[in-house]
Design a protein around this ligand. Structure first.
Ligand code: NAP
Length: 350
């Protein structure tokens, strides 16, 4: 698909914020163009493939309107066959992250949203129309931009973690957990938030034991999700512990971990075939450096109370890229809607 000479609204990003913004902007007849991201190895490794973080999760139990049930027939009727090719059959559980994202994408498409499967790698917001530089080459000009590029998983930065990436070290249990190398083996998950307990619980399907390693003596995760991990006989929680080194060799990949105590105890080692990092996220804003005001943690700054305006007139932000506090699919979708309404009003009144 080609961009027009001058776009009304370009939405960068394809998570719940991006698609909700697109649905509202399309229904307001602004003919939005979404850059959903490129399907590339680099984006796979950095966790920034199209459809965002939700495409990397399992069931989504807390998105209002999607109680557990058999969504199979609905998915078949709502999504074209080619978008269902990679989906496992639905078995009466809650909606999955990839299903939810495909439904949002389709809903945006139904109202006339145009989609380009490419990255925006650089922007020039210094004058209008704004200029957006595509990963594949070429520039798109836009009257108004909604930034909804979300966030991506963090890594600890250990040399041993880097060495064994893709050979037992991962930041996405849902993407990699079912690999044969992890079957009936002990696995390690690092972190204490909702992602960590969700990943630990998910990995019990494949692992003999899941060691959940957390640096404090209390989980950060929501009570209901934490309790699920605590009650799971296959999950063993190691409090006050930090991953010091991933152990392994070139033949087998990961074979274990060395943990240090955060309270001064001795180091311990655990056998493990896999290590899954779930230690939070960093917003995808590198391409905005120097163009938009960012916080110390590199989140886009919302400049007006309860509005999605950035410091540049005509540029709005939605979802996790600007939210280091709620970071929920439903709150991202909500701010996506707000950004589209803010953009529509700004275009109408300048
Ligand atoms: P998070 O809530 O920020 O938790 C990150 C965890 O990693 C914390 O326990 C933190 O420890 C630990 N951590 C951070 N840096 C570390 C380091 N360098 N070394 C060791 N541990 C480190 O991130 P998240 O779990 O990805 O969740 C992000 C947001 O998504 C949250 O709002 C969460 O509620 C939401 N979420 C929701 C669901 C769901 O409802 N289904 C699922 C996943 C995520 P401390 O606790 O000591 O800071």
């Amino acid at each position: 698909m080609n961009a027009k000479q001058l776009e009304n609204v370009v939405i960068i990003g394809s998570g719940p914020a991006g698609w909700s913004a697109a649905i509202y902007a399309a229904r307001a007849q602004l003919e939005p163009l979404v850059f959903e991201g490129a399907i590339s190895e680099q984006n796979r490794l950095s966790g920034t493939l199209p459809l965002g973080q939700l495409a990397l999760t399992s069931e989504v139990e807390n998105f209002a309107g999607f109680p557990a049930g058999n969504l199979g027939a609905f998915l078949e009727s709502a999504l074209p066959a080619e978008r269902r090719l990679m989906m496992p059959p639905h078995e009466g559980h809650g909606v999955t992250g990839p299903e939810l994202m495909e439904l949002m994408r389709q809903q945006a498409t139904n109202f006339g949203t145009r989609i380009i499967t490419d990255d925006i790698v650089k922007v020039d917001f210094s004058s209008r129309p704004f200029k957006l530089f595509r990963g594949e080459g070429g520039v798109v000009e836009a009257k108004c931009v909604i930034v909804a590029t979300g966030a991506a998983a963090n890594w600890l930065g250990l040399p041993s973690e880097e060495r064994f990436k893709n050979r037992g070290v991962s930041a996405c249990a849902v993407c990699d957990g079912a690999l044969p190398r992890f079957r009936n083996k002990p696995l390690v998950v690092v972190g204490g938030g909702d992602s960590a307990v969700e990943e630990a619980t998910y990995l019990t399907k494949f692992a003999s034991t899941v060691h959940l390693v957390h640096r404090r003596n209390e989980l950060r995760a929501s009570k209901i999700m934490a309790q699920r991990a605590i009650d799971d006989p296959k999950v063993e929680i190691h409090f006050d512990s930090a991953l010091a080194e991933v152990l392994g060799d070139d033949t087998h990949g990961v074979t274990g971990v060395r943990l240090t105590s955060t309270t001064g105890g001795p180091d311990t080692t655990l056998d493990a075939a896999g290590v899954f990092l779930a230690i939070g996220h960093t917003p995808n804003t590198a391409f905005l450096e120097g163009q938009l005001d960012l916080t110390e943690k590199k989140y886009v700054v919302w400049k007006k109370h309860f509005r999605t305006n950035t410091n540049v007139e005509g540029v709005f932000a939605a979802g996790d890229v600007a939210d280091d506090y709620y970071r929920q699919a439903i709150s991202a979708a909500g701010t996506g809607c707000m950004a589209a309404l803010d953009a529509e009003r700004w275009l109408a009144h300048g």
